[in-house]
Ligand binder design. Structure first.
Ligand SMILES: [Zn+2]
Ligand SMILES: [Zn+2]
Length: 351
């Protein structure tokens, strides 16, 4: 009887379940957070390190609001979140970890807290509480610019909402390069225009509450946001130390304009956040980090919406762009059905 049970139930489980074996052998045990030269916007979330289901830590409600803001936790009565790490919050943490390509532990381990505190894009990761994916994603309804291919989109800078720490020419050049990354892979041309009122894409730097219910929050934290097609609104947080050259801008809090612009243009074209950490459409960007090269995940996503630029060839991608994507593909490929089922169950329970 036992051998039957072992053969038909236990053995297949033992063979096919990396998730189960991962439980007995922790994926990593580093409980310390990496040292940083800058002050985190969400620095106070550090105190939640190692919290797990059943923990009660003061102000955990603030962290729940953060999870709610980025689409992982449904709103409770009048946003009245408690400080208890309950089952619902555990599911939200699982979902966050799955979406951001972190080990799914359901606990606020160091990798998760480090990710939570990192500066990032203000756009929600899970726009309509969709299931977690492990690659590129679209906004609900899969919107794109509805024009015949090849298409031209115009963009303009706000004549009033600009910053003075960079010259307009530097800003224009950085954005031109950012548009160029996307234009090289899809049959879409971007042309700058002086006619701000009629431009398809309107770029501006804003502070705090600026009338679209997505207030900016000062230095670091949220860096910028952009809206899905065909809104064209592309907003950057004027409070950041924007940089186009880290040799010139020495601040520890400097944020690379071209990197954020490349990411936000992905949203303007219809891409939501990806789970692939190396990709441009991953939601976070560290100060002094440059991330401007589209990865295979970004390219697959955007070409699914617009098709390929006839001049684009996969050979154009550098070896590192390809290898990081292959590594991701292999990792995804090795996930067993059990992990996929577990993710599906988590998503189902959250709905
Ligand atoms: Zn984003
Ligand atoms: Zn805005």
């Amino acid at each position: 009887m036992f051998s039957l049970f072992f053969g038909f139930v236990l053995l297949p489980l033992l063979i096919s379940s990396p998730c189960l074996s991962a439980r007995t052998t922790p994926i990593y045990q580093d409980r310390t957070l990496p040292a940083k030269n800058y002050t985190y916007k969400w620095q106070n979330f550090e105190k939640f390190l190692d919290a797990s289901r059943g923990s009660q830590v003061s102000d955990m409600s603030e962290l729940k609001k953060y999870f709610h803001h980025f689409g992982y936790l449904k709103v409770e009565e009048e946003m009245n979140f408690t400080d208890l790490f309950d089952e619902k919050f555990e599911l939200a943490v699982n979902k966050y970890q799955a979406k951001l390509g972190l080990p799914v532990t359901g606990k606020l381990d160091s990798k998760t807290i480090d990710q939570i505190m990192s500066p990032r894009c203000g756009v929600r990761d899970v726009p309509k509480m969709l299931h977690a994916t492990r690659h590129y994603a679209f906004f609900g309804g899969q919107p794109r610019w509805d024009r015949s291919i090849p298409m031209t989109l115009t963009y303009a800078f706000s004549p009033v909402n600009l910053i003075t720490s960079l010259s307009l020419q530097d800003i224009r050049d950085a954005c031109k390069r950012a548009f160029g990354h996307w234009a090289s892979v899809i049959p879409v041309t971007f042309v700058e225009t002086d006619d701000y009122g009629f431009a398809d894409i309107k770029i501006g730097f804003y502070r705090g509450d600026h009338g679209d219910e997505e207030a900016f929050d000062g230095v670091l934290g949220i860096l910028g946001h952009a809206f899905s097609p065909e809104s064209g609104r592309f907003h950057l947080d004027a409070a950041e130390t924007w940089a186009v050259d880290f040799q010139v801008e020495k601040s520890d809090e400097a944020i690379d304009l071209e990197s954020v612009a490349t990411h936000e243009i992905g949203h303007l074209l219809g891409l939501a956040h990806t789970s692939v950490k190396e990709a441009v459409m991953y939601p976070s960007l560290k100060p002094r980090e440059k991330k401007i090269d589209l990865k295979l995940d970004d390219i697959r996503g955007i070409q699914a919406l617009y098709g390929s630029n006839p001049n684009f060839s996969i050979q154009n991608l550098s070896e590192s762009d390809l290898s990081s994507n292959y590594a991701v593909d292999l990792r995804i490929g090795s996930l067993s059905t059990w992990c996929v089922l577990l993710l599906g169950l988590v998503s189902f329970l959250c709905l």
